[in-house]
Design a protein around this ligand. Sequence first.
Ligand code: FAD
Length: 517
Amino acid sequence: GNVLMWIRNKDFRAFERASQAAKSMGTHVIALHVISPGDYKSHGRGARRIDFMMRNVKELRSELKEKNIPLVVRTITPRKTVPKEIISFCDEFNITKIYANIEYEVDELRRDAVVVHLARESGKAAFFVHDCIIVPPGMLLTKEGKPYSVYGPWFKKWVETVNENDNLLETSEDPEANDESVRKDKSLHSLFEEEIPSEVEGYECADAEKMAQLWPAGYHSARESLGRFLEGKKGKEADDIFQSSKVKEKKAAVENYPEGRNRPDVDGTSRLSPYLAAGVISPREVVQKARKMNKGSISQGGKENGFSNWISEVAWRDFYAHVIVAWPRVVMGRAYNLAMESVCWEYEEDQVKAWKEGNTGYPIVDAAMRQMRETGFMHNRCRMITAMFLVKDLMVDWKNEVGEAYFMQHLMDADFASNNGGWQWSASTGTDPQPYFRIFNPFSQSEKSAQSYSDPDGAYIKRWVPELKSLSGKALHDPFHKLDKASFKKLGYPEPIVDHNEARKRALRRFKTPGEK
Ligand code: FAD
């Protein structure tokens, strides 16, 4: 029989493990991608991310065609019929083995359990492999055999495990399938010719053209971003949008990463997240490359440099994937820390609107929210600042359709585990969270963060909040308090929508005693 390579939401590459296994069966390989609007809806996926996915399907299709693997696309709705339809597809094309990459969210695991069952019933076999993170969930346990909830010891174990198991970072060239007989097989040949949709109804992307410039699809684009970050290779013109401050010397960003990762005004991070989230490039490949450039070392054991520091950030992806597997309640709208669920929330329509649109009167928050709306990306430090502002200053429940869901809608790298992990961290409800009493001051955050200055010259603020372009020094970070009334008024910039000191006291009180006002 033939073999199905089922390409899901996180593996838009000729993915190694499944395709390798499939190849070893010595049969024809057929790749299938399912458009499942019901899943998009229930996961709150945004049009940008769906559009990026469809662009990647197209790229992957031509890549696979070269190897004589047809990639076909089917729209299946309602979503609960996906398993049954997969089996019918297999029957239609004489497929007896199904390979796919495990997705760790609850609905997806349930779906796959049904697929395994139906496959078995109809004399087929379904194989699910770990391919979207580096260390499979469940592999790292404490001495008591429990999953880790704190990143530090988890990461130590992660490093040990990766160092001890060479296969975890192994990437293999995708198979030289080139099985020309597929084309000669009449029933399969037509699959190469099928039209594939370029968009999904209801998910038309309003700024598709701009997004395609900023985030071109395909493995080669991901490799270019990696080369720009690790080797200082020239990026594309559209990259300039991420560089607000002038750069003095042109080195590879990785060399400055320990500082650059806290500086939204410089293009100091890899911006690989959309590619990693969609699986256009493998996390194994990027870590392996960084390790090689770091003379074979993953972690410096305390003495961090850009490479090891960066690898430890890539590991956060694994950590949050492990968290959703160990505590699936977080996938079902619950806080990791259940005690924090009864915190008393507020919801002021106007304030929420101001947050979404970047009109809060807090320059760094506004710059960041506008950056996300314009580019589909937000710097990590700013994600923490804006998320914490919504939760602690506006006291809005991030689990309703506003916080986490709003990021899912707008981020090009939107990924449930990492996004939820980031929100739980900022909201002090997560596994290894920011303690509730450590509340960022959004005015001084832009001037100075824990490690260094976030936006020392305010170049990032000026770039995204042009109303403040004429300002400098402290006024740029806090115009309302630092300017006289008349000068402030002239700016046409909003007054702060809440008083941070008051809001801080309210948050401290409510987080200290969940349930009380
Ligand atoms: P780099 O600094 O170059 O890091 C390399 C890679 O490591 C990233 O591409 C990413 O895959 C991974 N990574 C880095 N930091 C983290 C982290 N804290 N958690 C998980 N993975 C990390 N990341 C997403 O991929 N998707 C999301 O939906 C998402 N939502 C977030 C929401 C909030 C509230 C917060 C605080 C963080 C969120 N992050 C998310 C994590 C992080 O902000 C982004 O991964 C990072 O900013 C992407 O930029 P980069 O590729 O240049 O990262």
